[in-house]
Design a protein around this ligand. Structure first.
Ligand code: SAM
Length: 333
């Protein structure tokens, strides 16, 4: 009966894609100012009175889980800036159906949280790191953050996190010469490396030149003798390559040069409870009014179903590169 019930409530969009992954932004604020994300001097952050409370976030997760969603990620902004993050992880991990709960972080605060997050049941960590040099990190993020980030990565390993992913966004003429160093760093520390193509979200990202990862994939694979891998590490859109001995893996996420919209399985919730159906389109659905009215679970689930039906077929970043004015931290990266 449970299986049948689940099959009936599963989230399926208008194009037949099953949505089973929710990314939750728990703050749109960040302690860094990466050149392609939050512009310096930006202050249009969501007002605290519009943030979903931890109770409301938990309630939304419960509904998604009841409708077959098994993977959840906390992100932002920088999620470690949100008060109560450890408690939230504890509460979400207790929900039936939450099988995989992960977190994306810039790691500046991770040394203070890694152990507690692990104990609270967090399954996996993604750490964003675009450079290994002190100068490079400062140039991209606006802060001399290298020591803190390295301490955060060490704390994560000490706390027992394995298969931690390092996410790097290669930028033309800025850090694209550092990719080889990043590969060597990840081999040494047993991190999974992912290179992600920059998407033109907001003026900050649109000011950067487009960088196609395809030639880089070919070059790195040859240089480090990597072979195509069947691994998926959580079922995201990255295509993986691995070393001959299988000890090192790296993946590529190529929304621009080879998009994967036909297999998109995710939606995102911003800190104000707005569901965004696609990073590259405006389709959205505000859950906050329903949460404030304390509607029934059935009504909330019906609203989520309706939202999923708005999910567009694909992004049009290549055709309309100036269309999206939302920066990544507003939607939740
Ligand atoms: N602060 C956390 C972190 O650093 O991982 C979570 C949020 S951050 C917005 C998530 C990821 O989005 C980072 O890896 C960042 O590099 C990436 N990102 C931001 N803007 C992007 C863009 N326009 N295109 C592709 N990735 C972007």
């Amino acid at each position: 009966y449970n299986q049948l019930q689940l099959a009936l409530t599963m989230l399926i969009d208008a194009y037949g894609r099953i949505v089973n992954y929710l990314r939750i932004s728990i703050t749109d604020r960040c302690d860094l100012r990466c050149t392609y994300c939050i512009p310096k001097g930006f202050h249009e952050f969501e007002k605290p009175e519009h943030w979903l409370s931890l109770d409301e976030i938990e309630r939304v997760v419960r509904q998604f889980a009841a409708m077959g969603t098994r993977r959840f990620r906390l992100t932002g902004g920088e999620p470690l800036l949100r008060k109560g993050i450890v408690e939230l992880v504890t509460r979400l991990k207790r929900i039936d159906g939450v099988e995989d709960l992960s977190l994306s972080t810039n790691a500046t605060q991770l040394q203070h949280f890694a152990h507690d997050l692990r104990r609270a049941g967090l399954d996996r960590l993604n750490v964003s790191l675009d450079s290994l040099s002190r100068h490079g990190i400062e140039k991209i993020t606006g802060f001399d953050a290298k020591a803190k980030v390295m301490a955060g990565l060490q704390a994560a390993s000490d706390a027992g996190f394995v298969n931690t992913k390092i996410n790097m966004v290669p930028l033309q003429g800025i850090n694209d010469s550092e990719i080889d160093d990043m590969v060597a760093f990840c081999i040494k520390h047993q991190f999974i490396l992912r290179l992600i193509e920059l998407m033109p979200m907001g003026a900050s990202a649109q000011q950067h030149q487009h960088l196609d990862l395809q030639p880089i994939i070919a070059r790195i694979s040859e240089q480090f003798q990597l072979i195509p891998s069947q691994k998926t590490y959580g079922g995201g859109p990255a295509r993986y390559w691995q070393s001959q001995d299988g000890n090192f893996s790296m993946g590529y996420i190529t929304p621009m040069s080879q998009h994967f919209c036909q297999t998109c399985n995710r939606v995102r919730m911003a800190v104000d409870g707005t569901l965004y159906m696609c990073l590259g389109q405006e389709h959205q659905y505000a859950l906050a009014p329903l949460l404030k009215k304390e509607v029934s679970d059935a009504d909330l689930q019906a609203a989520i179903q309706a939202a999923i039906h708005l999910k567009p077929l694909q992004h049009t970043f290549n055709e309309e590169p100036k269309k999206i004015v939302r920066i990544m931290s507003m939607t939740g990266g």
